[in-house]
Design a protein around this ligand. Structure first.
Ligand code: B4P
Length: 190
């Protein structure tokens, strides 16, 4: 079973590359960002609470996203593997993911981190904001806040997997197909 974490700051290309990875490897795509936006669209209580935080560029509580992932793993017991996109975003989420996978005698195969500098992230997200309708892509201040959240709370997640020998960094700037090629190499070596 292939269990891949696609890691990187907001706008690094996780969503973009996830689509290509799913098509090639037949994995179940678990994007906590997408799951939260579905809850918002459905108008659920969870969605309403998450929206307040997401619109400020702040991470939603660990328990909320861990619970969502737990439900999805139960739902897809017979999957060939999973791609975790935008999760885990804190060390607490990483530990919880390890415990959830252990229930099925599974573990993370590899974490692939997309490396992109802050100026490029800002330019990409402002550009996406012109058409995405996403409130969190609308202005520089909010995007900078998301990048700060990443630096403060999410970066340590890379160390967590590096210590387990499961971390691979890939340059996330340049042609989307070439980046995908580098990701497939990292997956083959896992
Ligand atoms: P996400 O939905 O995960 O948002 P994201 O990080 O901005 O998206 P992504 O990184 O996938 O975008 P992509 O690079 O593909 O999270 C949103 C919010 O939800 C968070 O701020 C947080 O509040 C909450 N949340 C989600 N998960 C959470 C968790 N686990 N814990 C707590 N809170 C959580 O795309 C960016 C743009 O770049 C696109 O326009 C794309 O076309 C472009 N692009 C991609 N690759 C490119 C390339 N090579 N060259 C040029 N442009 C490229």
């Amino acid at each position: 079973m292939l269990n891949l974490i696609l890691f990187g700051p907001p706008g690094a290309g996780k969503g973009t590359q996830s689509e290509k990875i799913i098509a090639k490897y037949n994995l179940i795509h678990l994007s906590t960002g997408d799951l939260l936006r579905s809850e918002i669209q459905a108008g659920s209580e969870l969605g309403l609470k998450a929206k307040t935080l997401m619109d400020q560029g702040i991470l939603v509580p660990d328990e909320v996203v861990i619970g969502m992932i737990d439900n999805k793993l139960k739902e897809h017991r017979d999957a060939a593997g999973f791609i975790f996109d935008g999760f885990p975003r804190t060390v607490k989420q990483s530990e919880a993911l390890d415990n959830l996978l252990a229930r099925y005698n599974e573990s993370i195969s590899v974490m692939v981190a997309l490396v992109v500098d802050d100026n490029e992230l800002l330019a990409r997200l402002l550009n996406r904001g012109k058409t995405s309708g996403r409130p969190d892509d609308q202005n520089e201040e909010l995007i900078t806040k998301r990048i700060q959240e990443y630096n403060n709370k999410t970066r340590p997640v890379a160390d967590y997997y590096q210590e387990q020998g499961k971390f691979v960094a890939v340059n996330g700037i340049g042609d989307i197909e070439l980046i995908f090629g580098e990701i497939t190499k990292a997956i083959s070596a896992a």
